[in-house]
Design a protein around this ligand. Sequence first.
Ligand SMILES: [Zn+2]
Length: 422
Amino acid sequence: MLDATFSVKPGKFNFFCFVGMTNTTKLPYGEDFNEFRSRLAAHATLTARPARDSQNHVPLGRLGKLRTPLQLVVHLMAEKSALNVPPAADVARLAISALARYREPCHWRSIFEITATLVPFATLWALACAAVHFGYWELSFLFGLPAAGFLVRLFMIQHDCGHGSFFRYRPANDWLGRFLGVLTLTPYDDWRRAHAIHHANSGHLDRRGIGDIDTLTVCEFQALPVWARLRYRLYRHPFVMFGLGSAYQFLFRHRLPISSGRGGWHAWISAMATNLAIAVSATTLIWFIGIRPFLIVHLPIALLAGAVGIWLFYVQHQFEDTFWAHGREWNFPEASLRGSSYYDLPAILRWFTANIGVHHVHHLCSRIPYYRLPQTLRDNPDLRSVSRLTLLQSFRCVRLVLWDESCRRLVSFRDVRMRRVG
Ligand SMILES: [Zn+2]
């Protein structure tokens, strides 16, 4: 059984936990991949779940032709076989270790990436400010639109810093992350902790509540009193989720570390220091340009970037064929590859979102810098076939709000109602 919290160090099968523990795991089958393959093929025959999507279905006979552990795991995921038995977990470890070679960041590339994002953001912000100053408000919104895109990209760089993948040295990651946290209104250290918990527990029905979007099962929802059902319906309404909710999240909720569990005084220092830096930066800018121009320029940028950020986080885990499981049914590779989408966006959106759409690979190996994620897909094209979500398909995810444990998919309120009537 794979532990939820470890990832592979280069060249070794040692695993470290996001929240500080270390764990060493011996591989019982050594390098004998053929034995893995035959054991797993036998196991998969017994446990293969019926694939509803025939396009994704891979006949078990093909298992024999797969050459690497990564290929094998990806194909098992595509055919929705369980990965919660020891031989499968061992192959999964080998698959994760195959991704370790993409983990090394290139410092020059990282410096280029932050420059190519921060400079246009600051330039567009200044242009929007000048437009307001000369009375061209409409123009300021025109500059604000791409500025919001660059702010989303800055958040994604902050995200990589949180995983320790943007630079080789942790202080460089942490201080860049803290600086970006002032721009993105997100206290870096507190968010990093909650996000690590999200990675460790993603898709685990018994460990919900920190760093994720609240998701109830159909049975849990039906057992709720009327007022609580109404509250959940409101929470999951698109206007609340991507409008009011995202504004609340970035403007108010991040100001106090009340949502990330037991963060202790570290979380408070992180939140208060970020608040102080935001207050000093905002006061300085308001001193120079005035409070009205500041709000006219910055508020739409922050709100739009926040809504896009919540949208991305939403579609990366809230799609029809996602993965949720209890206890021993849950395992890290399956939660990563099937519980996270491959959001196949057009090139321009891929750039602005810093490849966050390659989320299944990111969850499988979170130490890969975002600019190396496309290479993982080029080298392992099979990864494109798992949990793929197009832009058009992603809009349909908005109505999927409850996890149906009987058919293992995310369903809408309407689906539940229709079933009751039926
Ligand atoms: Zn992450």
